[in-house]
Design a protein around this ligand. Structure first.
Ligand code: SF4
Length: 294
């Protein structure tokens, strides 16, 4: 056992308010019914999904959702496209809408832009990860006519002779978004249509604030253990920031992964995580570090 290590959990890590709200709704309903369907993983963290499935949550795919009828289904914080609401109506499925208010507002803004009579020739651009649940929900507001931009090379899909409005998935990398805005703006200027391009600041403040704060936190310790599901967009982004601020940062998904983290006597260790990382899991990591025999 390593001696005299100091372990500190970042007090700002843990679920964001959007995820907290959805999980609370699931827990409340499960306490009453003992069984509840949820469309897709409720949160991008397998440990937390397991905790809730043990309570009776049943994770279903879109295909399984299409087969259900006369039941209740929870929509997670990422939100869903309009098609999901249509299917629910047709099949008498009651939706418990756990869409985060920040995502809901973004969906509405995209829909309004897409349907605006003076934007018929325009293009909706969505900076996000292709196939990510939130992006599917956002693109659905445009009948899937919006252009999803995952990296700078995707800007070749834009027609610079037509107007465009750019939005970002809420959990995207802020610096990459600013670089994208610069590049698209430049291409519109070169095309002589500078005024055709509008962009909106739609990255969630929970993520932006955590990014700033984590960079500072990561610099305070010998080692950083970043706890997150591998599928979490903001987890991968925030870990990248930790690694930049502290090269001795380690990505941990399961408690067993701790075995590969080299711990020395007298190390100071900071534990932090994504907006989808439960605090209880970070507490377990701390306990395991302090008392590995438990
Ligand atoms: S990261 Fe922001 S937008 Fe996403 S669920 Fe959390 S609060 Fe909502």
């Amino acid at each position: 056992m390593k001696k005299n290590i100091q372990v500190t959990i970042d007090e700002h890590s843990g679920f964001c308010f959007g995820v907290i709200n959805t999980i609370k709704r699931a827990e409340t309903l499960l306490a009453q019914t003992r069984k509840l369907y949820c469309l897709g993983d409720i949160v991008h963290n397998n440990e937390e999904v397991q905790r809730l499935t043990d309570m009776g949550l049943v994770i279903i795919t879109k295909e399984e959702f299409r087969q259900l009828h006369d039941t209740t289904v929870l929509i997670r914080a990422h939100g869903e496209p309009p098609e999901t609401y249509r299917i629910a109506q047709e099949r008498n499925i009651q939706l418990v809408d756990g869409t985060c208010p920040v995502v809901l507002a973004l969906q509405k803004n995209i829909k309004n832009s897409f349907e605006a009579p003076d934007f018929k020739e325009g293009q909706i651009l969505i900076f996000g990860k292709k196939g990510h649940a939130e992006v599917v929900g956002l693109a659905g507001q445009t009948n899937n006519k919006g252009i999803v931009i995952s990296s700078i090379k995707d800007i070749e899909l834009i027609d610079f002779q037509k107007p465009a409005k750019l939005y970002s998935q809420t959990t995207q990398n802020h610096d990459e978004y600013l670089a994208l805005i610069d590049e698209i703006g430049k291409r519109y200027r070169e095309a002589g249509h500078e005024d055709f391009f509008t962009h909106y600041d739609t990255i969630c403040h929970s993520v932006v604030n955590r990014a700033k704060q984590l960079t500072h936190f990561a610099s305070l310790f010998d080692k950083i253990i970043f706890v997150s599901g591998e599928q979490s967009s903001n987890g991968l982004y925030l870990f990248k920031l930790c690694k930049q601020a502290n090269p001795h940062s380690y990505f941990l998904t399961h408690l067993e992964d701790l075995q590969v983290v080299p711990i020395n006597d007298h190390d100071t260790i900071g534990i932090c995580g994504a907006t989808s990382t439960p605090m209880w899991l970070m507490e377990q990591v701390k306990q395991q570090l302090l008392d590995p025999l438990k």
